[in-house]
Design a binder for this molecule. Structure first.
Ligand SMILES: Cc1ncc(COP(=O)(O)O)c(C=O)c1O
Length: 360
């Protein structure tokens, strides 16, 4: 017997997660100075965190010998104010929305259960489902990345526990319509999870629909528009009955106290949020207008560039040599080999990106 046979077979079958590349890794590989590298591969906020969040963490630093509140209620109150949804429908989660996904899978998935995923999309739904003994069933999006609602519904069986819809979708940037979403939620008896990681940059959000249905969950994060990716704060908006069950299965104290104080401060800093959104909206248009390849319309803080028939890896290599980190989407299931996702940067960074693509 190999030592690795001790690990559950479903875990051994998972392909390792492919994160965006780091500045240190690229500086070393291409002999570049770290300062000259721009990191646009992980959809982070290029303006950094809110100064109010930084102050809150500094003031709090001397108190980290004390456990945080078990359910991060201070953050739940702030999220309730921000979203307009009641506290008994909100769960604050760490680490990030990934932690929320794990918490839900642990609560809902038993061996043999299925989850339906509209691909290409964020890969952690698949990983978390498999790790918890579930079976992912993939429904490929249309060529324009819209969801074929009828095909999606057909994939849902008595074994389906959850359906995952990312809106705006990572990596394509498009959103589902309210009518389409309502039609899915009303038609199925399983839970529907809508991932709104990028919703602050979009034109619509679906939080208030959770008031209308007892099988709809919205996942959110403070990693993107709020610029707190390093603190790993997510939250879920879910029916009150589900929050009760979730809190029984969830890890207590799963949001750290620095994350709680910073999250509360960031949610109150409307100015920083609005600046972040404005920068993305302007940059998105600039990149779409100036990158010399087809660019998909995006509602998120990134754009998806189609470099076909060229391979994404060749264009990414060309950009990396110039110190520009973007995301080759080849590792996304059903994304093919010619798509590149570019996080919206500052004006100066966006110019560098356009120059990089133009010189390929
Ligand atoms: C669509 C989507 N959902 C969820 C996450 C995870 O967010 P968090 O940083 O809160 O774990 C990401 C991160 O990139 C994402 O792109």
């Amino acid at each position: 017997m190999e030592r690795s046979d001790l690990v559950k077979p479903e875990i051994r079958s998972i392909a390792p997660y492919v994160p965006g590349k780091s500045i240190e890794e690229i500086a070393k590989k291409y002999c570049l100075s770290a300062d000259s590298i721009i990191k646009l591969g992980s959809n982070e906020n290029v303006l950094g965190p809110s100064p109010k969040a930084i102050d809150a963490m500094i003031k709090h630093a001397g108190n980290v010998n004390i456990y945080p509140s078990a359910d991060a209620w201070e953050l739940v109150v702030a999220i309730s104010e921000y979203t307009g949804m009641p506290e008994n429908m909100i769960v604050a989660s760490g680490p990030g929305m990934d932690g929320l996904l794990d918490g839900l899978m642990r609560l809902l998935i038993s061996p043999g259960d299925e989850v339906v995923i509209s691909s290409p999309t964020f890969s952690y739904y698949e990983v978390s489902a498999i790790a918890n003994g579930g079976t992912p069933v993939f429904v490929r999006r249309n060529d324009d990345f819209s969801i074929d609602i009828d095909t999606l519904k057909t994939a849902i069986t008595d074994a389906t526990k959850m359906v995952f819809i990312c809106s705006p979708n990572n990596p394509s940037g498009n959103s589902i319509s309210e009518q389409e979403l309502r039609s899915i939620v009303e038609d199925v008896s399983c839970l529907v999870f809508v991932d709104e990681a990028y919703v602050e940059f979009a034109e619509q959000n679906f939080a208030s629909l959770v008031n209308d249905y007892d099988n709809l969950i919205i996942g959110r994060t403070l990693s993107k528009a709020f610029g707190l990716a390093g603190l790993r704060i997510g939250y879920g908006i879910m029916p009150a009955w589900l929050k009760v069950e979730y809190m029984k299965a969830g890890t207590p104290f799963n949001v750290s106290s620095p994350a709680i104080v910073a999250g509360v401060a960031a949610l109150s800093d409307k100015e920083h949020l609005n600046r972040s959104i404005e920068l993305v909206r302007e940059g998105r248009k600039y990149l779409a207008d100036n990158i010399p390849f087809p660019v998909y319309d995006s509602q998120a803080n990134f754009v998806l560039v189609d470099v076909s028939p060229v391979k994404a890896k060749d264009v990414c290599e060309h950009l990396l040599k110039q110190g520009i980190i973007v995301r080759d989407c080849t590792s996304f299931r059903d994304a093919g080999e010619s798509l590149i996702r570019v996080t919206i940067g500052t004006l100066e960074q966006n110019r560098k990106v356009v120059d990089g693509f133009t010189s390929f």
